[in-house]
Design a protein around this ligand. Structure first.
Ligand SMILES: Nc1ncnc2c1ncn2[C@@H]1O[C@H](COP(=O)(O)OP(=O)(O)OP(=O)(O)O)[C@@H](O)[C@H]1O
Ligand SMILES: [Mg+2]
Length: 133
């Protein structure tokens, strides 16, 4: 299974994220990649992480077998929902049998983190405005 990671739209440093956001992203990507490896038979997995001024978004997409979301409710999927929900975010799972699966999450950034991000000197304004729009 081939994995690519695209963080070109991440205009902040990972160290600038609150610890609980870092943990949430890490655990979700870990579980989603694990699921793709164990259940999907995918050849390719793509991980994308990016942020705008007030939220961080990430997704894990595989080109494997997909599954019927209405028929399964495992602890892994429930755990993802719970982690994202605790941070006030949203989780979306797009999957159908025979098609791949995309797990996508959005986490709002707390105001303190936003202010810290805005206060930092930047050479990446272009990256900022690209995803802000
Ligand atoms: N990327 C995927 N591709 C295909 N099927 C998937 C994928 N992710 C989840 N599934 C299906 O959904 C089920 C539930 O996933 P979930 O992560 O909740 O549980 P699990 O992986 O079976 O067990 P656990 O995560 O608790 O070790 C899986 O057993 C599998 O059938
Ligand atoms: Mg799992």
């Amino acid at each position: 299974m081939h994995i690519t990671v695209n963080a070109a739209g991440l205009a902040l440093k990972v160290s600038e994220l609150p610890d609980e956001h870092k943990t949430c992203i890490y655990r979700l990507v870990q579980e989603a990649v694990n699921n793709a490896a164990r259940h999907s038979g995918a050849r390719n997995v793509r991980v994308i992480v990016r942020n705008s001024r007030n939220r961080v978004e990430f997704s894990v997409q595989d080109d494997g077998a997909g599954f019927d979301k209405t028929a399964v409710r495992g602890l892994g999927l429930l755990g993802m929902e719970e982690r994202v929900g605790r941070l006030g975010g949203t989780l979306r799972i797009d999957s159908e049998p025979g098609r791949g699966t995309t797990v996508a999450a959005e986490l709002p950034l707390p105001e303190i983190a936003q202010r810290e991000i805005e206060a930092l000197p930047r050479e990446t304004d272009a990256a900022h405005s690209r995803i802000a729009g």
